[in-house]
Design a binder for this molecule. Structure first.
Ligand SMILES: [Zn+2]
Length: 245
């Protein structure tokens, strides 16, 4: 590592489970993020600061004024620009150690998966969530899913490539809920989106340094209004068409 890197990451070196070897693993990692908004964009900033070597991010949308209530990676001057373009500028000035591949397109199953170590889902619709889960399972690349609505948030890590009995996202959500709306239709509290994005980035960091105990198959539910946070273990669904065909 360069003297700049030793200075930049010194607080990581002091953490027993990370240290120099862990930081090197992070610098050698490639993470794919779907969505550059409240979850994906915020997680991308944390992971760039963390020193992930390469991040590929997909998003088709442009920055709107109503995004700024929670998407703190953007500024007023970014309104009207593409989200991936504005995010690229934001991340490039944060840490040159991270190579950013910004794709201004919606990720679909036709897009396929690049060669990555891990996927973060920050999308706002079930079609993308299901397609991403199926691709993650098929390719053996783990997935960290995040979702927010109102005061509540959820984070779930699935598709452990080393454990066939690990549940997938569709074990947890078998089909699109009938009352599902996407983020555009639902209210959401700015601060809860950062809790979810931070938790996704935390689980990503743990996975990439090899601290995987109690990581997969656990759903964390954050009730921001009631003040209750809890984590429950999810079983694999024996009738799941994705992970148990
Ligand atoms: Zn499943």
């Amino acid at each position: 590592m360069t003297p700049d890197q030793i200075e930049r990451y010194k607080r990581h070196f002091l953490v027993k489970e990370i240290g120099g070897p862990g930081q090197q693993k992070l610098l050698n990692s490639h993470v794919m993020i779907v969505g550059a908004g409240a979850l994906g964009g915020v997680a991308a900033r944390i992971l760039t600061a963390t020193g992930i070597g390469r991040i590929t991010v997909f998003d088709k949308d442009r920055v709107e004024l109503s995004n700024l209530q929670r998407q703190t990676q953007f500024s007023k001057r970014d309104v009207g620009d593409t989200k991936v373009g504005a995010l690229f500028r934001s991340l490039s000035t944060l840490n040159a150690d991270t190579q950013i591949d910004a794709v201004q397109d919606r990720w679909t199953s036709e897009t396929g998966l690049p060669e990555v170590d891990l996927i973060l889902d920050g999308s706002d619709n079930f079609e993308t969530r299901f397609a991403l889960n199926a691709a993650s399972r098929a390719e053996g690349i783990p997935l960290i899913s995040g979702a927010v609505a109102g005061w509540t948030g959820q984070v779930l890590a699935v598709n452990d490539p080393s454990e066939a009995s690990c549940p997938c996202y569709q074990c947890f959500v078998p089909a699109e809920p009938p009352d599902a709306g996407n983020c555009k239709d639902l209210g959401v509290v700015g601060a809860i989106t950062h809790l979810v994005a931070s938790h996704q980035a935390l689980l990503a960091t743990r996975y990439l340094i090899g601290e995987q105990k109690n990581l997969f198959g656990r759903l964390t539910i954050m009730d921001g209004l009631g003040g209750a946070f809890r984590t429950v273990k999810l079983p694999q669904d024996p009738s799941c068409p994705v992970c148990n065909p």
